[in-house]
Structures are given as C-alpha cells and as structure tokens.
Design a protein. Structure first.
Length: 119
C-alpha cells in the first residue's frame, strides 16, 4: 500500500492510495482510528465520522475535556483511491484553548496517518 499526499489545506489532507483493495483500505482505516482512541460515530454517503470523547462533557467542562471529530471521505478512482481526512469540529466549545487543541490534534493525526499508511 502506497499513500502520497496530493493536497494539504488548513482543515483537510487528501491522500492518493494505491496497491490495495477497498476492503483492505477500510479495515486499515478502522484499525488506525481505533488505535488512536477514536470510534466510528456515523457513516453517510461515503463519509465516515470518527470521534474521541463526548461532546456534552466538552460543552460542560470546556478545554478540560478532550473531544475531537474527524471525517474521512473515500472514493475509488479505478486502480487507486482518494482519501480525504478532514477536521470535522472546530473546537469552539472549548474556547480558544479548545480551538488550539483541535488544530494540534488534527495536525498530529494527519502526521500519524501518513506514517501508518506508509507501512
């Protein structure tokens, strides 16, 4: 499996992935998020949403409680796949500190994602 970054923006990273099947890719994707502490919250129209923590606790406790939400869009392009990892929450419920933590978490997760899918 080969993963290369094809587009990087403020709140999303797009990867081109080759040398794999869709089932292998989805299994590896689920294993990655599980190993990072995330759980699959929702799956609609090819977009999977993974979360860590509980939103209600983030609202009540602010930046003192960890809550992050990431979404993944997977599309098949013949012999390769396009996978977009996107930050799905702003961290606003945790104030300025929460927003900063959400940005850092997305950066950390996208770096770990690239390493994980390169192996």
């Amino acid at each position: 499996m080969q993963a290369t970054v094809s587009d990087f923006s403020k709140g999303s990273v797009t990867y081109n992935i080759t040398d794999t099947t869709q089932d292998e890719l989805e299994n590896k994707l689920n294993l990655f998020f599980t190993s990072e502490g995330y759980r699959l919250k929702d799956e609609k129209n090819g977009v999977k949403t993974y979360t860590i923590g509980k939103l209600i606790w983030r609202i009540l406790l602010g930046a003192f409680h960890k809550y992050y939400k990431q979404s993944v869009t997977l599309s098949n392009n013949g012999s390769s796949f396009t996978l977009t990892l996107q930050k799905a929450s702003s961290g606003f419920s945790g104030g300025i500190i929460g927003m900063t933590k959400a940005k850092k978490e997305f950066s950390r997760l996208s770096d770990a994602f690239k390493v994980y899918f390169s192996n």
